[in-house]
Design a protein around this ligand. Structure first.
Ligand SMILES: Cc1cc2nc3c(=O)[nH]c(=O)nc-3n(C[C@H](O)[C@H](O)[C@H](O)COP(=O)(O)O)c2cc1C
Length: 308
C-alpha cells in the first residue's frame, strides 16, 4: 500500500477510466496484475439521481477492485452533490469528478472539460461534493481548453481551495482530444505548484515509461489508459508468454459472460483485438474470433494461436 495524502493505493501505477473498456471485469483483471487503483468510467450525475438501469450497471463494482473511485460528471453543484451522496451509499473508496471529457454532448451542457473554463464553477461543484460526503473527493482534469487557453493553474488552485484529496492530470488540452502528445512538462509544473498529490496521465505505453514519467515529473503515481487495454501486464512489467496471454483472454471472456450473459461475447470483441494484435497469424484469427458467438469455439480459436 502507498499513501497519497489521505488516499491509500495498492501501488503507483493506476488504471485510467476508458469508457466501454474499463468495466468491472477489466478493473478486476487490472487489479490482479497490480494496478494500484481503478476508476469507473464517467457516470452522469443526472442518471445517478434517477438511477436508471444503464447507470446502475455502470456503477457496479466488487470488493476485489478496491481501491476504487466512482467517476461522476455533471454541471451544477446541487445535482453533483446529490449524485455524490447516492454514490457514497454504494461504498466506493472515493468519488472522482470528471473535468476532462471532450465530447461535444458533455461539454455543451457545461460538464466534463467545459468546467476547465470556469474556475468558480469548479470551486462550487467540488466544494458542494466535499461537504456532502465523508469519503475523499478527487478530480480528473486536462491542462486546458486549447493551446491558447491553458487553464491548469486556475483549475488546480480552485480544486485546492475546494479541498480535493488528489488530482489526476491528463496532460492534454480539450482541443487535442486524444491526439498529439501529453505535456509532461506541465504535469511537472503542477506537481511543483501544489501540495495536493498529483497523478500524471498520458501516453504511458510500458512499465518503463511509467517509472520514467514518475521520475521526470515528481508524480508519486501515474495513470495508464490505452496502454493498459489488452495489456494488463503493463502494471507488473512482466512479459507474458503466449500461453499466459491466451489464458488471460479466456478468463476475461468468461468474466464478461458472467457479467453480461451472451452480450459479454460481443463486448469482448474489442478486447480480443487488443490482446492478440502482436501474435503471429493474428489477422486471420481476428476475423474468425469477431464473428463467433460461441464461447467454446472462441476458446478453441484462441488455443490454435499457441499451436500455430
Ligand atoms: C475511448 C476512451 C474513453 C475514455 N473514457 C474516459 C472516462 O470515462 N473518464 C475519464 O476521465 N477519462 C476517459 N478517457 C481518458 C483516459 O482516462 C486518459 O485520460 C487518456 O486516454 C490519456 O491516457 P492514455 O494516453 O494513457 O490513454 C477515455 C479515453 C478514451 C480513449
Amino acid at each position: 500500500m502507498i499513501s497519497l495524502g489521505t488516499i491509500r493505493a495498492a501501488g503507483p501505477l493506476m488504471l485510467a477510466p476508458i469508457a466501454g473498456f474499463t468495466d468491472s471485469p477489466y478493473r478486476r483483471i487490472a487489479r490482479r496484475h497490480g494496478a494500484g487503483l481503478v476508476v469507473t468510467e464517467l457516470v452522469s450525475a443526472e442518471g445517478i439521481v434517477r438511477m436508471n438501469r444503464k447507470t446502475r450497471d455502470l456503477l457496479g463494482f466488487s470488493d476485489e477492485e478496491r481501491p476504487i473511485a466512482v467517476q461522476i460528471f455533471g454541471n451544477g453543484p446541487d445535482i453533483m452533490a446529490d449524485a455524490a451522496a447516492v454514490v457514497e451509499e454504494l461504498g466506493p473508496d472515493m468519488i472522482d469528478i470528471n473535468m476532462g471529457c471532450p465530447a461535444r454532448r458533455v461539454c455543451a451542457s457545461g460538464s466534463g472539460a467545459a468546467l476547465l473554463l470556469d474556475p468558480n464553477k469548479i470551486r462550487a461543484v467540488t466544494e458542494s461534493i466535499v461537504k456532502k460526503v465523508r469519503i475523499p473527493v478527487t478530480a480528473k482534469i486536462r491542462i486546458g481548453w486549447d493551446v491558447d487557453t491553458l487553464t491548469y493553474r486556475d483549475t488546480v488552485r480552485a480544486l485546492e481551495d475546494a479541498g480535493v484529496s488528489l488530482i489526476f492530470v491528463h496532460g492534454r488540452t480539450r482541443a487535442q482530444q486524444y491526439g498529439g502528445r501529453a505535456d509532461w512538462n506541465v504535469i511537472r509544473e503542477i506537481v511543483e505548484m501544489t501540495a495536493v498529490p498529483i497523478v500524471g496521465n498520458g501516453d504511458i505505453r510500458s512499465f518503463t515509461d511509467a517509472h520514467e514519467r514518475m521520475a521526470f515529473s515528481g508524480c508519486p503515481a501515474v495513470m495508464i489508459g490505452r496502454g493498459a487495454i489488452g495489456n494488463p501486464w503493463i502494471f507488473s512489467g512482466r512479459t507474458p508468454t503466449s500461453a499466459e496471454v491466451i489464458t488471460q483472454i479466456k478468463e476475461h471472456l468468461d468474466m464478461m459472460i458472467d457479467a453480461y450473459g451472451d452480450w459479454g461475447i460481443m463486448l469482448m470483441r474489442k478486447h480480443f483485438v487488443r490482446y492478440i494484435h502482436a501474435f503471429r497469424g493474428a489477422k486471420k484469427i481476428r476475423k474468425e474470433i469477431v464473428v463467433s458467438n460461441d464461447r467454446d469455439e472462441i476458446h478453441e480459436i484462441l488455443d490454435s494461436l499457441i499451436s500455430a
